[in-house]
Design a protein around this ligand. Sequence first.
Ligand SMILES: Nc1nc2c(c(=O)[nH]1)N[C@H]1C(S)=C(S)[C@@H](COP(=O)(O)OP(=O)(O)OC[C@H]3O[C@@H](n4cnc5c(=O)[nH]c(N)nc54)[C@H](O)[C@@H]3O)O[C@H]1N2
Ligand SMILES: Nc1nc2c(c(=O)[nH]1)N[C@H]1C(S)=C(S)[C@@H](COP(=O)(O)OP(=O)(O)OC[C@H]3O[C@@H](n4cnc5c(=O)[nH]c(N)nc54)[C@H](O)[C@@H]3O)O[C@H]1N2
Ligand code: SF4
Ligand SMILES: [Mo]
Length: 711
Amino acid sequence: MTALDDLPLTPTTTTVRAACPHDCPDTCAMLVTVEDGRATNVTGDPDHPITRGGLCVKVNNYPDKTYSPDRVLHPLRRTGPKGTGRFEEITWDEALQTIASRFREKIAEHGPETVMPVSYLGNQGILNGLSVGDAFFHRLGATITERTYCDSGACTAYAATIGATAGVDPESLVHSRYIIIWASNTISTNLHLWPIIAEAQKRGAKVVCIDPVKHKTARRADWYIPIRPGTDNALALAMMHVIISEGLHDEAYVRDHTVGFDELVERVAQYTPEWASEETGIPVEDIRTLAREYATTDPSLIRIGVAIERHAGGGQTVRSIACLPALVGAWRHVGGGLLQLPLWAHPVNWPAFIHPEMATPGTRVVNQFLLGQALTGELALDPPISALMVYNSNPMVVAPEQEKIAAGLAREDLFTVVSDHFLTDTARYADIVLPATTALEQHDIMFSWGHFYVTLNNPAVPPEGEAVSNTELFRRLAAAMGFDDEYFSLTDEQLLEQAYDWSAPAMEGITLASLRETGWARLNLPGPDEYAPHVEGGFPTPSGKTEFRSAALEAAGNFVVPLFRQLCDEFQPGTPVDPLPHYIAPRERSEVHPLNLLSPKSHAYINSSAGDQAMQKRVQGEQTVTIHPDDAAARGIDEGNYVAVTNDRGRFVALAHLSTDVAPGVVVCPMGSWAKNAKEGTTVAAVNPFVFADLGNAPTFSDTRVEVTPV
Ligand SMILES: Nc1nc2c(c(=O)[nH]1)N[C@H]1C(S)=C(S)[C@@H](COP(=O)(O)OP(=O)(O)OC[C@H]3O[C@@H](n4cnc5c(=O)[nH]c(N)nc54)[C@H](O)[C@@H]3O)O[C@H]1N2
Ligand SMILES: Nc1nc2c(c(=O)[nH]1)N[C@H]1C(S)=C(S)[C@@H](COP(=O)(O)OP(=O)(O)OC[C@H]3O[C@@H](n4cnc5c(=O)[nH]c(N)nc54)[C@H](O)[C@@H]3O)O[C@H]1N2
Ligand code: SF4
Ligand SMILES: [Mo]
């Protein structure tokens, strides 16, 4: 099978190699069937060691998305009040001229920082994803947008402790004998890792799941440990306490490959299992057993999910967890250590896309969690935001303080442009909507944050209507603004050539030409049966060791890993941070709103993407809040009742589902449902706080208190 790259296609049936474009650790290799120029089916590549022939429920009907009657296929101009979703078709020329003249007008009045881009990972391709548009907005002088939605705090903590290492190869998990899945519903959110864990389990590994919710994955674990949300660090610190006080640590590994052990010993003395039991709700004996089993079973592996960071002390939680593998010498073994984001293995050439040198030094940075406050003026900004450009994101659903965002987007003096496939909750407020291509219609190349494979995405069919890729969108916008930098005229072909650092050792033997033949390739690293990157230490930290005492935190304080901030390597120090791991309790406490709300990922949507597609809506069902039967009884709530979930920030209505899968005091409503489909037009985003966690400006979605009442 060879990849087809030349359009138009001949009137026959062909198979095109593509890649799932989504923000998902699995980055599946797809095979697209094209009949007479129309994509009729997508499947997972059976030969790909991770994809193994299967796509998930979010994507296995991808042609339905591409050919959906709801797709935006032409540029649109607003004709009704903001938010009502009334538009008329206009030409691309008209759209571009309007955008250029409105941007110029706003800039003339307020200066360039009045323009703010809002984007994240609707598309994860190197060409069309995280950094597309950054160069354009740098050149414009727009406000720099800080995008710390996902793992930013965890990355700060991880980098400060063990450096930007790829960590364990997920395929090596078959060799693990003790696997702790910590805050990850793997079967929903990292589906293709599950067969590898299941294989390890079959070979005798014990799988432990630590989560406030007994979800699909927890049910398959050998030991499910329920934990009070936001208290995971108490458990991690107490595990270190037990391991050290019982002499279960790996003395030689600690001596040779860590710094700060003596101070760590002193620090964790206070974090007894008895104390941690009070914090976490986990029995003292279970804490001791977990620590002992973890320290004495080789190889031991910890898989942390993104949700581990979503509370006041999320950064310190990852700090402590990142210390554990070195403490017990887990890194000595293939399949031992920590699995967070193996993306650091991929030598992506980010500077070629971000172009930080085009930015005006000193340009202000606004974090997207503050979008509602920035738009309503509650956050005093000078100049104010008067023009907004949204692409690859749907802030109405994914950012906190939904009601403020809606109020801000409704401002008559705000000029808003949205590029998307669909008229999302955000797009409904736009002045101009621009049509975007799907993965079947565009070139891209994918890194992965879940495995060691590079995947090429070949366009399978021509774009529907007048949709354009994000790369083409910014070429057009740059031309309309009169930017003549060479970068803005690079073709997709040229951009593909720049996407990776092809001369990096990890890329040896991989070229664009070879990818065109094979579709995907494993990075040039030792195989999963051999890969053990830190047997001899060699951590990419200042000391080359695991830093129990972190030099990076000591020198820089709290920092945001530059990639989350449209930057490459410019490192901006923040507020001072205690360089030793320490406990920070959950922030929100309320007698009026006593229930702790979690908003993890849904099973059938990918963030808010697919959230309005018929098949996925059928699978996911209506917005539902899961509540313990005792909490429900105390409030007069029955299964299937509509309930209001409220706090001082807002309210949403959902169907109640009673289940002992959640502990008393915890309620769960997955994120991703669209506001327009919700009973009262709001979702979990209405009650979530904008407050940052302790490190990396991470969100605190799990640190949310609410009350639930019948409606
Ligand atoms: N089906 C599906 N898959 C997806 C996505 C999707 O939207 N849908 N999104 C993708 C993206 S962008 C990401 S970041 C990943 C995220 O994937 P995960 O890392 O799995 O993140 P979540 O699903 O948000 O939460 C995972 C679990 O963390 C638990 N949790 C919440 N707070 C805490 C806490 O304080 N302590 C502990 N121990 N557990 C806690 C939740 O109960 C939940 O079961 O999934 C990716 N894959
Ligand atoms: N309450 C709560 N909120 C959360 C989270 C949570 O767990 N709980 N998780 C957070 C996390 S981990 C993440 S990663 C973020 C995700 O936040 P986002 O990355 O904003 O994810 P989506 O909601 O899927 O929005 C992506 C939008 O981009 C569009 N899109 C897709 N491809 C393209 C393209 O090629 N071009 C253009 N122009 N548009 C495209 C999609 O149609 C969709 O509307 O949400 C965060 N928000
Ligand atoms: S969303 Fe994830 S699991 Fe589903 S097809 Fe895409 S990469 Fe694979
Ligand atoms: Mo994410």
